[in-house]
Design a protein around this ligand. Sequence first.
Ligand code: LLP
Length: 422
Amino acid sequence: MDHFNYRNGELFAEDVSVAEIAKKVGTPFYCYSTATLERHFKVFSEAFDGANALVCFAVKANSNLAVIRTLARLGAGADVVSEGELKRALAAGIPASKIVFSGVGKRPWEMEAALKAGIHQFNVESEPEIRVLSDVASRLGMEAPVAFRVNPDVDAKTHAKISTGKAENKFGVPWQDVSRIYGEAAKLPGIRIQGVDVHIGSQLTDLDPFNNAFHRVRELVMQLRQEGHDITQVDLGGGLGIPYDGTIPPSPLSYGAVALEAMGNLGVQLIFEPGRLIVGNAGILVSEVIYVKQGAERKFVILDAAMNDLIRPAMYDGYHHIDTIIAPTGDVELEEADVVGPVCETGDTFAKGRKLPPVAAGDLVAFRSAGAYGAVMASTYNTRPLVPEVLVKGDQFEVIRARPSLDELLQLDNVPAWLDND
Ligand code: LLP
């Protein structure tokens, strides 16, 4: 459920008319709803009511400071994958004690920043990484709290590019080496083994892969304890899907039940890293129709948003529902069109053969479920300024990241003096 609804035939974000925002901000822009963000965080957290659980929002899904701050106020922790995300999480008010640091390629200075901040846990993904972490922590005279991310070799049954828990994927330590790696790591200076971490993929719409992975982890925790490790933390990652195309994924409550059943009575703190589930449906991308063009074979609706603003359709064949800002009247006949952006690539196609109410130049449309992996993956391809972001709360809205000017964009470049000589 979200807070983007039609009122008197016009799309509203909470109590604000989306067209009004467009008038002030210009298009394209992302628009987030505070009430939806809060609701999703609460629904997810409530699935673990009474359990010892820490919900760490996966900052990679949406790293705007105002979004993180909204969640921080509800008690969220953060899952970060770079020094930059760590900085954002801290700046937004998430206590270091609720931050976990994931990722396969952490650099020594990133580890140092996280150690000095006093984060809750490093999710370590390889033997070379644990050695570097041991060196960094020893040099600082500190102890790094560590969980290894394990690769359970489970098929998440999601898009190949966002599947992470198969043996062939780059993530986690290989299942057959886990016991040895824990044993060796426990002897390293500056390392304190405290947990096990798993994350098998994103946009999962089936609970079975979670169930399989979680049960494997349970067995592992019991084995590692027998081998003398004090396992107090189990991080089960993120990955629960959202309804993009009408497929209804399992509810957070049923996902929570699977997790709690698998982990029941282990006596550990559970950590979760949901990203998409928290922010996905809390955001829309608003765009204006530039032209409607009749091609030789197909009709094209050309928008002012492009693949550089929302890459998911081009990159993962992602489906986003497209609504007109003015609600279609009941008797209107839908027309089939390809919805595209102005970027010079055929891949800059948001939807093929999409049935839409008739639209004309100047009309506004909204891509639904665009709050996760939308603005964060935007680029300036085709020298298009980074897309701005707006946050709505009740009847108020504010730009939370402004559209840079073209001059600002050009100023990032440097033309060496030698190019101007002779
Ligand atoms: N934890 C780790 C270690 C992750 O790698 C991810 C996502 C998450 C948590 C959060 O997963 P979520 O709850 O959002 O599914 N850009 C792609 C998704 C990439 C996911 C990367 N890792 C997309 O737009 O579909």
